[in-house]
Structures are given as structure tokens and as C-alpha cells.
Design a protein around this ligand. Structure first.
Ligand code: AMP
Ligand code: MG
Length: 316
């Protein structure tokens, strides 16, 4: 597709696309990211589909400034300190989602936390300021391929995606990730900022994420089998709700009185976009009425693979 130069005109064209919910590959100082509007569930679903990720990993949300960051996540003293020292730059902070967080739950893969970063690349900065929206932007490569560090890499691997050409990435590795959820900062991923520099800034040693299954699932979902799980018992491949069940439907065969239909037309991207919000709402309703959840069969192709992966974990 189109390669846009990093000029005012090029950035304006990419801004228009992103506002309409389309995806654009954008340069950052780490790698090129496949960017989409973080407040738009359909755009986020399109990112997973384009990367052909078999799972919904939570995504890093890129923002222009601290004010935007604080509207999305809750920053404790440590998070404020790290942001002041290393932003803009290759450090991602995982913090609790703010009440009324504008970023769609799909970006958090259903978790109550959010990963945030202000990138240092001047083209990324200009774009974020012009768009005025938070952008999720995992590496712009199909799942399992090498991360792209130039516009040519992106064109080669994702020929249908528009690219904003900001030259070669200076760092070429991913951002470091630190979890700031309570008084104990967690070292979640090694990357562009060294552990030593982070510890020197905080004056404390970073902890490894706890091994205890439940806590760990919340903190480092990328590494664990069990991600977000509803509290309610859940039955998969249901055709109808049995007594005491709330049914999550899919497709035109779903009964009209089901609790929610992930996509009445059977569109897997729409179902992915609705998945986490629907699971949360259905779980709340089921807990209130002491009921169980049942989910109709979702086909396993395309985004259906990631949807089924998550449903299977949630039901286990
Ligand atoms: P990337 O592929 O560079 O966009 O990084 C995504 C990775 O960030 C995920 O695979 C997680 O390991 C991590 N991550 C994102 N959001 C969270 C979160 N809410 N909690 C913990 N880790 C997260
Ligand atoms: Mg990647």
C-alpha cells in the first residue's frame, strides 16, 4: 500500500486513516509498530487479525504526554518517578486502568491493568500529537516473524498496510516493561532501558513477578496459561442456555433471548472486538443471579483461533 513520508502531509494522511479506524505502521525508537486507535475495539481486533496472533496478548498503548497517561492509568509514586526519568523513551509501565479508562478492554486483553509508553521517536511524537488519540502498536510483523526496524521490512511482511516512513529504528529491540501496581515494582521484560538504570532511579531492587498462579496471571499474562478468567463457571460449544445459564451467542442461529450476541452476522472481527466487554458483563450478571455462563460455538479460523484460545482458558 502507500508509503507516507514523515512530512506534515504524510503525517496528516496517516492521522486521517487512524481516526477512521484503519491501521498504519509507524516508526518508534524500538521497532515499527502496527498502530491503531486504542479506543476503537474494531481497530484493535484488526491488529490481531493482521498479525495473525493465535492469542490475545495485552498491547502497549502509546500516548503523547503525561496528562493523557494519567487519564488512562493510575500512577503511584514509583510510576511517576519512572515516567519523569525515562519518558519519552523505551520503557513501558504497567499500571492499574483508570476508572472510565478510554482505552478499549481488548487492548488490556480483559485485564484491569494497562501498559503505557511515551515513545521518543520524533515522528511518533508528532503523529501522537496530531492524532490526539492513544495508539496501540505491537510490532508490525506477522506473529512469529522478526520485528521490523525499517519501513522496507514492514512493506515486505505486511504489503497491504500503509507505512509512515521515519527511517531506521535507533534501538531495534523492544521496550523494557516494569509493573507498578503496588509498592513492589516488578521487572516484567528486559528491553531498551537497563534494569540497573531503573533500580538506580527508584533506589530499590526490582522484583521478579510472583510465581503464585493467581497473582501472576494478573501481572505477567504473556507468560502464563491462565489470563483473565470469569468467576462464573462456563460451558463452551453450547447451542441453547440450560436452566440457570446465561448464553453468549454467536451468529444468526443464536436465540433472540440470549444474554448477548458476539456478532449476529457471524463476523469474527466483530466478535473479537466484543469479547472481553461481553465476558465481563456476563460474568457480573451471572454472579448476581448465581448463574453459569454458556457460550455458543465460535468457528476456529482467522480471529476465531484467538477467541477460542481465550474461551478455553476462561472455562478451564
Ligand atoms: P509488544 O509486543 O512490544 O507490544 O508488548 C506486548 C507485551 O507487553 C505483552 O506480551 C505483555 O508481556 C506486556 N504487557 C502488555 N500489557 C500488559 C499488562 N497489562 N500487564 C502485563 N504485561 C503487559
Ligand atoms: Mg513483537
Amino acid at each position: 500500500m502507500t508509503t507516507h513520508p514523515a512530512t506534515e502531509t504524510g503525517i496528516a494522511a496517516c492521522t486521517e486513516k487512524l481516526k477512521q479506524g484503519a491501521l498504519v505502521a509507524v516508526p518508534t525508537e524500538t521497532v515499527y509498530g502496527l498502530a491503531g486507535d486504542a479506543t476503537n475495539a474494531n481497530a484493535i481486533a484488526a491488529i490481531y487479525a493482521t498479525k495473525a496472533r493465535p492469542q490475545f496478548n495485552p498491547l502497549i498503548c502509546h500516548i503523547a504526554d503525561m496528562e493523557t497517561a494519567r487519564a488512562i492509568g493510575r500512577f503511584n509514586e514509583m510510576a511517576e518517578k519512572l515516567a519523569a526519568a525515562f519518558w519519552p523513551g523505551p520503557l513501558t509501565l504497567v499500571v492499574p486502568r483508570q476508572k472510565n479508562c478510554p482505552v478499549d478492554l481488548l487492548a488490556s486483553a480483559g485485564l484491569d491493568t494497562i501498559a503505557l509508553r511515551i515513545p521518543a521517536h520524533d515522528v511518533a511524537q508528532k503523529l501522537l500529537h496530531t492524532v490526539g488519540l492513544p495508539l496501540v502498536a505491537p510490532s508490525a510483523n506477522p506473529s512469529g516473524r522478526l520485528s521490523p526496524s525499517s519501513a522496507a521490512h514492514v512493506r515486505d511482511m505486511l504489503p497491504d498496510i500503509d507505512v509512515l516512513d521515519g527511517g531506521d529504528c535507533a534501538i531495534g529491540v523492544e521496550s523494557s516493561i516494569v509493573g507498578c501496581l503496588d509498592e513492589t515494582p516488578l521487572w516484567l521484560r528486559a528491553g531498551g532501558v537497563s534494569r540497573h538504570h531503573i533500580e538506580a532511579c527508584l533506589g530499590v531492587t526490582l522484583s521478579q513477578p510472583p510465581q503464585e498462579k493467581h497473582a501472576a496471571a494478573r501481572l505477567a499474562p504473556g507468560r502464563l496459561a491462565r489470563h483473565y478468567a470469569p468467576q462464573s463457571r462456563m460451558r463452551l460449544n453450547a447451542e441453547r442456555a440450560e436452566d440457570n445459564e446465561l448464553l453468549i451467542g454467536f451468529g444468526s442461529d443464536a436465540p433472540h433471548d440470549c444474554f448477548a450476541n458476539l456478532s449476529p452476522s457471524g463476523d469474527l472481527a466483530e466478535a473479537a472486538a466484543q469479547l472481553f466487554a461481553t465476558l465481563h458483563a456476563a460474568d457480573d450478571a451471572a454472579q448476581h443471579g448465581a448463574r453459569r455462563l454458556a457460550v455458543m460455538t465460535i468457528p476456529i479460523h482467522g480471529l476465531g483461533e484467538a477467541i477460542n484460545d481465550r474461551l478455553t482458558r476462561a472455562a478451564s
